[in-house]
Design a protein around this ligand. Structure first.
Ligand code: ACO
Length: 327
């Protein structure tokens, strides 16, 4: 079994900024409500002319440049997204855009846990020695699927993409431990469901020719779930790493809501200054949020080489998980 190292990261968000004041002209809400309940001040939105694939490829390019890995050296690209440009998957489009013909590429869908699940999935290929150079991208354009008349959800989400390069190493393993969980019994708490519409083909046979709806969320239930399950997952991943919360330099949670970040940190007894947060600028960017925040903290030298990071994703499915790694 080989080890792996994280050797590069990248992150991008679209240019357009939607701040709380502008949202107040669209739905009945207030800057004060949004900031006090969520910590979000603004979010970045993707115009119709820009694709999910483009955002993903830009973040991927940044990560490859930092790692000093040429696209031609890539063996695998995993694109974590719930908002692919194409229901058949967008990873192959990204592979072509990056000019990485040797890389096999596929999408992985696990909502806001997507990046974490993708990173752990990629690690298995590296540890078995099958692949040496992997690009993991988390990207989502939830603005396409938000009901912009629903104040309970439209204030929360934003668009973005982040990426990391993982490389196999003969000595040392920087992914120290992980935990991944799903609970489909709570699936209806957060959905973006297909809405069937019958189309009759023959008197005996009909099929469904529907379309996808908009994001539907039971906010309080998701909140309770996150605050209970995320600390458990972090503790389990730390235990498997042979570490405790005291060894954590940075808590890197999916950027859903500042109150969730605060409550999880409090339960874990991790001080606020070790909690990475950038959601005031981007809102909840789903699969992009963890690598976006990681990228900002690495490039601003907040995260230093060798720092121990406890990351956790959580969201629709319901899904959640944690990974402990060293930068
Ligand atoms: N502006 C003003 N008032 C609002 C708004 C708004 N934008 N949204 C809701 N309200 C009102 C509600 O209508 C309700 O009013 P009522 O009591 O008169 O009916 C009141 O505020 C309280 O609503 P709650 O939903 O109970 O508010 P809560 O304090 O729970 O905060 C929130 C809502 C922020 C959504 C919170 O529940 C939360 O963060 N939940 C977790 C959501 C989350 O993280 N989801 C993403 C998971 S990641 C993924 O997989 C996509």
């Amino acid at each position: 079994i080989l080890g792996l190292e994280l050797t590069g990261c990248g992150g991008v968000a679209p240019d357009a900024v939607l701040d709380n004041e502008t949202l107040m002209q669209m739905v009945e809400t207030s800057d004060e409500w949004i900031r006090s309940r969520t910590g979000i001040r603004q979010r970045r939105l993707t115009p119709p002319s820009q694709s999910l694939g483009e955002l993903a490829a830009q973040a991927g390019t940044q990560a490859l440049e930092m790692a000093g890995v040429a696209p031609s050296e890539l063996d695998l690209i995993v694109l974590a997204t719930s908002t692919a440009d194409d229901l058949f998957g967008s990873a192959s489009w990204v592979q072509h855009r990056l000019n990485a013909p040797q890389a096999v590429a596929f999408d992985l869908t696990a909502a806001c846990s997507g990046f974490l699940f993708a990173m752990v999935t990629a690690a298995q290929f590296l540890r078995t020695g099958v692949y040496r150079n992997v690009l993991v991208i988390g990207a989502d354009v939830l603005s396409r699927w938000v009901d912009w008349n629903d104040r309970r959800t439209c204030v929360l989400f934003g668009d973005g993409a982040g990426a990391v390069v993982l490389q196999a190493r003969e000595v040392g393993d920087r992914l120290l431990g992980f935990e991944m969980r799903s609970d489909g019994s709570q699936n209806n708490c957060l959905t973006l469901g297909y809405q069937p519409q019958e189309q009759v083909l023959t008197p005996e046979i009909s099929v469904s020719q529907g379309h996808y709806g908009t994001i539907a969320m039971n906010g309080p239930e998701v909140y309770k779930f996150a605050v209970k399950k995320v600390p458990e997952a972090v503790e389990k991943a730390l235990f498997r790493s042979g570490l405790t919360t005291e060894d954590v330099d940075w808590l890197l949670l999916h950027q859903a809501n500042q109150r969730i970040l605060d409550a999880v940190a409090k339960r874990l007894k991790i001080p606020a200054e070790k909690v990475l947060t950038n959601l005031s600028k981007y809102g909840n960017t789903s699969a992009a949020s963890i690598p976006l925040a990681l990228n900002e903290a690495v490039r601003s030298q907040q995260i230093q080489p060798g720092d121990t990071i406890a990351a956790s994703g959580f969201g629709a499915g319901l899904t959640w998980g944690s990974a402990v790694f060293r930068w």
